[in-house]
Design a protein around this ligand. Sequence first.
Ligand SMILES: *Cc1c(COP(=O)(O)O)cnc(C)c1O
Length: 505
Amino acid sequence: MSDAREGAVPHLSAEEFRRLGHRMVDWIADYWARLESFPVRAAVAPGEVMAKLPAHPPEEGLGGDAGWEAIFKDLEDVVLPGLTHWQSPSFFAYFPANASGPAVLGELLSAGLGVQGMLWSTSPAATEMETRVLDWLAELTGLPASFRSDSGTGGGVIQGTASEATLVAMVAARERVRRKLGREAELVAYTSTQAHSSVLKAAMLCGVVRGVSDDVHLRQLGTDGAYALRPEVLERAIREDLAVGRQPFFVCASLGTTSSGAMDPVHALAGVLERTGVTAAGGWLHVDAAWAGSALVCPEHRGMLEGLEAVDSFAFNPHKWLLTNFDCNAFYTRERKALLEALSVMPEYLRNAATASGAVIDYRDWQVPLGRRFRALKLWFVLRHYGAKGLRAYIREHVRLAERFTSWVEADERFELATPRSLALVCFRLRPAPGEEPPATDARNRQLLERLNASGKAFLTHTVLPGVDGAPARYVLRMAIGAPRTEERHVRAVWEQLAALAQGA
Ligand SMILES: *Cc1c(COP(=O)(O)O)cnc(C)c1O
């Protein structure tokens, strides 16, 4: 007779978990202390990491904490060599990741509590703390009161990513326009050529576009010399579509584009929607401030908020620049009813008295998935640990370092700024040599970047900016300052290395 319990491995005992947990926290603290000893960009070939892992899952478990020795060994031998070190102080690529101590402890606690916060009733603290913390964040970033939950009509929610935020906004917009019109229509969305690719992905997921190259139903409009969406170009596009019977329903403006940190003129764009009747038809204006939004904790950067009262939704990623580890997107809407109308479904097994009373928020109705973990904890820890003052000082230091870097670029005649600095993002390149063709300048810049990154001492990435007024497109380097451990010496070191490499370029 077979024993159903044969081979059973006991759970980690409280004592074993405690020892392993302490050891893992020690390991992370040591990792952070050794960050500068690793090449910043992973230096492995495709398949190299996988080749170190057995082809089949283990039949025998490791058992208690003694067996875990093998796991800690693998962290060194398998995991570390295959990492790009996003927490390195010399990581200036993309937008740096922001895993601070308080945030990581919040993430650990969330895993330990293991609650599902999909409904208020499935864990009231998960919902109410999220509501409160997002109202705090709205206050800290100077958002209009209409975005706060205590406005009664608006409110904030933590989404996983800016991509999900855009998708949720687009789904809400589609439903609102459908209800206002009382019929199906051929919908068109608008954004700029500089907007993040997640706008296109959202339109694909929504079925608004018929494929990646459908530029009829998602119009990615050309920008001005500062890479910002031009209100008159948007207005012309909207009027063209209205004239042929299409229905404009969604505009995504960017505050801080991924390529160059460009800021769209939100106030003027809202005016276009109003003037063309798109607002009256239920059309939606979403603002994607994924990276730049964190800078709003500083009053001196709130100029970009002009016109935000007229916006339907606004989202930014504390995981990009506000000391919070991935994932954490703060999404705000002025009209939560529109989200509920688009996303709320009620199967029998989720019915409960609190929901029926209408007195609580059920965040599952504000997002794509049903389940949700307790992400407010990490934000709560971050806001309490640093306070408004600490967060402002953090952003200001990165902006100051970017100003320093900008001044070095400007003072070296071999280099030029490709765009004016945006907050802590600097786009720059080697200047064209006299008579040099654009592809040759691009090639020299590509080589410079590859030499720098191959050195392992720092990591930057590039973008291509479209030409303005008929000029050719340009390959440019992006210096994105924003890692929690970056100090002036790291910024200076990468500049000195670039200057030395430029000797031979
Ligand atoms: C990084 C970025 C995104 C995508 O962010 P996710 O949170 O990873 O989806 C979207 N928009 C802008 C402007 C970004 O910079």
